[in-house]
Design a protein around this ligand. Structure first.
Ligand code: NAD
Length: 305
């Protein structure tokens, strides 16, 4: 059996197109342009790449992108001052503080300083609590993308058994809550869980976000199950040769032993080209939704979002 590939790249492109159309309509009918402010403190290379990509896709969707690059030694007071200004800026509808922050800054405090209505990452305690109690709120981008991908396979998730591997605040926990809100039977596991392979074999859906290359083996997967691989791991790829500096080239892999797993699963996401592109697409969806909400306008209907 070869699994159906859930093409995150193609789905994300469709979502971005829908957002772009909705943004154009918002501008034409109400003269409003959604604006996303991204705050980067320090110069972590991976964060730089994400911030650039977010800015580019925000502009391509017809939205305003505001980038704030602060030095690594920025004080909490300075950062809080900026967030306060962005909270009251009518042109800013979404605020995202790129994590991780330098060690001297308390990320919980900083995230909770963002106006929950502008918290497009969905990390503010208010949004976390509202999602946890099944209320309409801003949903974190990666789990939202995973739910959109699952909607491609299941018109109705009710009664499915879903296993989440990983319980971080940004992926695993909100993923578990969303699946529970969709009336799945949910098991959330983590690095102290002792029986993940057995639990996996009972599951119709596996969502893995552990950051462990090839963690999910083919013999963990119930035949026909859907596997969503959130993991992004850079590993050496000697088969691709060496770089100019003589070091071995690398490649991106997920948390699933993909080649073997695709022979057992019913549907599976690839890495790269799976969940990754959906995350930024969902950031655009969240920014558009926040803009509509802040302007007391109905939210446009967005493909499975
Ligand atoms: P994290 O380090 O905060 O959390 C990892 C979680 O996995 C923890 O709950 C930990 O207990 C669990 N875990 C670790 N090893 C395990 C094991 N052997 N068995 C079971 N559970 C284990 O990581 P995170 O921020 O949630 O990210 C997880 C992965 O997802 C990383 O590879 C990250 O790069 C990727 N990620 C991808 C996207 C995307 O857009 N595709 C977004 C966020 C994170």
């Amino acid at each position: 059996m070869t699994a159906q590939l859930i093409d995150g790249k193609a789905l994300a492109s469709t979502v971005r197109g829908t957002v772009k159309d909705a943004v154009a309509q918002l501008k034409a009918e109400h003269g409003i342009i959604p604006g996303l402010a991204v705050v980067l403190v320090g110069s972590d290379p991976a964060s730089e790449v994400y911030v650039r990509s977010k800015g580019k896709q925000t502009i391509e969707a017809g939205m305003n992108s505001f980038e704030f690059r602060l030095s690594a030694d920025t004080s909490e007071k300075e950062l809080m001052g900026l967030i306060e200004r962005l909270n009251t800026d009518p042109e800013v509808h979404g605020i995202l503080v790129q994590l991780p922050l330098p060690a001297h800054l308390d990320s919980k405090l900083v995230i909770n300083a963002i106006d929950p209505h502008k918290d497009v990452d969905g990390f503010h305690t208010t949004n976390v609590g509202m999602v946890g109690t099944g209320q309409d709120a801003i949903v974190p981008c990666t789990p939202r993308g995973c739910m959109m991908m699952l909607a491609q396979i299941y018109p109705d998730l009710r009664g499915k058994t879903a296993l989440v591997i990983g319980h971080s605040n940004i992926v695993g926990k909100p993923m578990g809550r969303l699946l529970l809100n969709a009336d799945c039977t949910v098991i959330v596991t983590h690095k102290s869980s002792t029986n993940i392979p057995e639990l996996a074999r009972m599951s119709d859906i596996i969502v893995v976000a552990a950051g462990v290359p090839g963690l999910v083996k083919a013999d963990w997967i119930k035949p026909g199950a859907t596997v969503i691989d959130v993991g992004i791991n850079r590993v050496p790829a000697p088969e691709n040769g060496v770089k100019d500096d003589g070091t071995v080239k690398t490649k991106l892999v997920g948390d699933v032993d993909f080649d073997a797993a695709k022979e057992v699963a019913g549907a599976i996401t690839p890495v790269p080209g799976g969940v990754g592109p959906m995350t930024i697409a969902c950031l655009l969806v969240n920014t558009l939704s926040a803009c509509c909400h802040l302007n007391s306008l109905p939210e446009p209907v967005l493909l499975g979002a």
